[in-house]
Ligand binder design. Structure first.
Ligand code: B1M
Length: 211
């Protein structure tokens, strides 16, 4: 990793709210690829999670880390545009019931929008009924669920069951992503795909919406 990227990643880990926008701009000005800057920020955020687990950081630090990430992304996101080839399909995107983490979900939403998808973002802590209504009202081709809390994974199957009960499951492809998701979980929950990061999420929805 280049020096500028190290500095950006460390700024996220060290909760440098005042500095982050300037450091992200500096890395971009120095010629670092936007995706590499994003990876550095995510690595810094991963370290925050580790410090929280070790008892070095507390909940207030996680909140601050979220603010640092959001401020950094404000500078970075306009540079992350992939390609815009017209509307590729409609994706209903949200964080599952019981879970309020939204940074990864927002990133996935930005990448999907800038890649030509129509994104219906339902926010966080979303009940299954709201998902069913959004899929029906928008004739969505796909659903993307963000899940970071292991304790909330059953919310995934709740949504899958609700879509089936509403007669919509056969018309819609479902993908999950987020820190606690695995392929094994995706298989168990009866969803169609797992996205490990925002770039992979775009590829997955492109492939799912083509089918
Ligand atoms: Co929370 N938190 N948190 N937290 N938090 C985690 C997730 C945790 C892993 C930290 C830890 O202990 N190491 C842990 C969960 C453990 C577990 O269950 N496995 C945890 C916990 C325990 C909690 C609380 C329970 C703490 C408490 O209250 N005691 C609480 C729960 C609140 C709730 O949701 N009900 C809580 C609260 C919070 C804050 C609100 C303070 C804050 C969130 C702020 C916000 O989102 N606005 C927060 C934060 C910041 C974190 C960590 C540190 C960082 C998450 C993040 O934003 N990462 C996190 C530790 C970690 O993940 N390492 C942690 C950066 C983001 C870009 O990555 O979201 O993974 P991520 O998204 C990626 C990919 O996963 C993927 O693409 C994104 C971009 O690459 N992706 C998708 C995500 N969604 C996708 C959807 C797709 C496809 C790909 O659709 C198909």
């Amino acid at each position: 990793m280049g020096e500028q990227l190290d500095i950006v990643g460390k700024a996220v880990t060290d909760l440098e709210l005042e500095e982050i926008e300037q450091l992200v701009s500096g890395a971009l000005d120095a010629g670092e690829e936007p995706q590499a800057v994003l990876d550095a920020m995510c690595a810094g955020m991963g370290a925050v999670g580790g410090l929280f687990e070790e008892g070095e950081y507390f909940l207030a630090d996680l909140v601050l880390a979220g603010e640092v990430m959001k401020d950094g992304l404000k500078v970075l996101e306009p540079h992350l545009e992939v390609d815009s080839m017209g509307k590729k399909g409609t994706v209903v995107l949200f964080t599952v019931k019981g879970d309020v983490h939204d940074i990864g979900k927002n990133l996935v939403g930005t990448m999907l929008s800038t890649s030509g998808f129509n994104v219906i973002d339902l926010g966080v802590d979303v009940p299954k009924e709201k998902v069913v209504d959004a899929v029906r009202d928008n004739s969505a081709q796909a659903v993307g669920m963000s899940v970071l809390l292991t304790s909330m994974v059953d919310s995934i199957s709740d949504v899958v069951s609700a879509l089936s009960a509403a007669g919509l499951r056969d018309n819609v492809k479902i993908a999950i992503g987020g820190a606690c998701t695995t392929q094994q979980l995706a298989d168990k929950m009866g969803v169609d795909a797992l996205g490990r990061d925002a770039v992979e999420a775009v590829r997955i929805f492109e492939s799912l919406c083509e089918q």
